[in-house]
Design a protein around this ligand. Structure first.
Ligand code: GDP
Ligand code: IMO
Ligand code: MG
Length: 421
């Protein structure tokens, strides 16, 4: 049996905290896509930790954490993460497993990401510059190198061959940065990676499932950044939606039970691209300040706005969301009035559907207003203590989406979560 936790917006919904919270109820926690573009924040012993590639169950004892074949892996970042995690006393030799089919991010992939962004001028995607796009391009272009290749005798010659190809591309971009330090780090880090548990991920996970173990698949990014269904071309390069679980881990669709969709009580986006409910005003500033909305991976300020139910209804549909988890409700505590986007106006027409091309049209969101709860909500533990205004806000979302909010997160801490009936 596999349950999935994934983001329903443009990433940073609080997936890391939520996976950490639920991990105790599972045996295996598995990442199925993305790479170090992700930044998943958890608090362990009151210390903040940001995980990029290691699943967010890693701080729980006796849990298996699997990096699946759908992930693109940077050995340099992995090594750093492993060192941080090990400093908490976690024995990664015991609880971290890596699929041999996961593709490797090479130093030249990072360079290509940077060169590609520089060449785009105003049209920049706003990528995290971690080499994600170029690595997935090499995967679908059938050129990439995989973790399992590290264990073969001709890895270096395969690397050199791909390196040469990449240099030709970099020349075409007139990109001349010296990446020899990156290469040195990379070759050091692959020696470290080779000592970790490299497994056949698809047999590994299916054997776990056959033995009755419970798997929690952890999404990265958000559904509006999905390569197929997001705000293309301002998206990431993987399938972030629930379908990605099957291809990114090798589990059959019948094994998926619950899809838990995480959304903030408002909305953020980092990087470029359409964001209909963005508030480029004092209210947006206040959301950013109160919510501490700065990227966990890049430190960039996140763009902020009201919750967008048109987008959420779309992402609930394509993911088959069975339960919603609403995070950062406490960030709205001080707001007098809240807005909820219910439709888009495009060329004078009102719609509750996501259009084909969001980048080239003016989308004006239509809102329904709600009174704020004006209560410090972060200490609430039980549903019965929810402020009436928060209950009304949640009831409306439930009704609009046809899927219920089952948990409200009211602070970054492990225990700050309220379960709803
Ligand atoms: P992820 O990428 O989806 O895991 O989310 P990030 O870690 O990038 O960003 C979420 C941020 O919000 C982190 O700083 C979390 O510590 C914080 N956070 C998560 N849940 C809550 C919550 O309910 N309230 C508040 N105030 N912060 C939260
Ligand atoms: P988590 O898992 C928010 C965004 C980037 C950029 C676009 C493409 O922490 O929610 P990429 O580096 O993937 O080629 O960048 O996607 N992006 C994220 N935004 N959270 C993330 O991950 C993101 N990962 C990528 O900002 O707009
Ligand atoms: Mg994040």
């Amino acid at each position: 049996m596999v349950d999935v936790i994934l983001g329903l917006q443009w990433g940073d919904e609080g997936k890391g905290k939520i996976v950490d919270f639920f991990a105790s109820g599972y045996d295996v926690i598995a990442r199925f896509q993305g790479g170090p573009n992700a930044g998943h924040t958890l608090y362990v012993e009151d210390k903040k930790v940001v995980l990029h590639q290691i699943p967010s169950g890693v701080f729980h004892e006796n849990k298996i954490n699997l990096i699946g074949n759908g992930v693109v892996l940077d050995p340099v970042i992995l090594r750093r993460e492993c060192e941080t995690v090990a400093s908490f006393g976690v024995d990664l030799k015991k609880n971290l497993f890596i699929s041999e089919r996961a593709h490797l991010i090479l130093p030249t992939h990072r360079a290509l990401d940077k060169a590609s962004e520089l060449s785009k001028g105003q049209e920049k995607i706003g990528s995290t510059l971690k080499g994600i796009g170029p690595t997935y391009m090499d995967k679908t272009g059938r050129n990439g190198l995989r973790v399992g290749d590290l264990l073969t005798a001709d890895f270096k010659s395969s690397y050199d061959k791909l390196y040469k190809k990449h240099c030709q591309l970099l020349d075409a971009y007139s990109f001349n940065d010296d990446i020899s330090d990156w290469e040195k780090e990379f070759f050091d880090a692959i020696e470290f990676l080779k000592e970790l548990n490299i497994v056949n991920g698809e047999y590994f996970i299916n054997n776990c499932i056959a033995k009755g173990k419970k798997v929690l698949a952890e999404g990265a990014q958000g559904s509006m950044l999905d390569i197929d269904f997001g705000t293309f071309p301002f998206v990431t390069s993987s399938n972030t939606i629930s379908a990605g679980v099957c291809s990114g881990l090798g589990v059959p669709p019948q094994k998926i039970r619950d899809v838990l969709g995480v959304t903030k009580a408002y909305c953020t986006r980092v990087g470029s691209g359409p964001f209909p409910t963005e508030l480029e005003n004092e209210t947006g500033e206040l959301l950013r300040k109160t919510g501490n909305e700065f990227g966990a991976t890049t430190g960039r300020p996140r763009r902020c706005g009201w919750i967008d139910l048109v987008a959420l209804k779309f992402t609930c549909m394509i993911n088959g969301v069975t339960k919603i988890i609403m995070t950062k409700a406490d960030v709205l505590d001080a707001f007098e009035e809240l807005q909820v986007c219910t439709t888009y106006k495009i060329n004078g027409n009102e719609t509750d559907e996501i259009p084909f091309q969001m980048t080239k049209m003016k989308i004006t969101p239509a809102y329904k207003a709600f009174g704020g709860w004006k209560t410090i909500s972060s200490a609430i533990k039980y549903e019965k203590d929810l402020p009436a205004a928060m209950q009304r806000y949640v009831d409306f979302i439930n009704q609009y989406l046809g899927v219920r909010v089952k948990y409200i997160s009211n602070g970054p801490g492990r225990d700050q979560i309220i379960s709803l009936s």
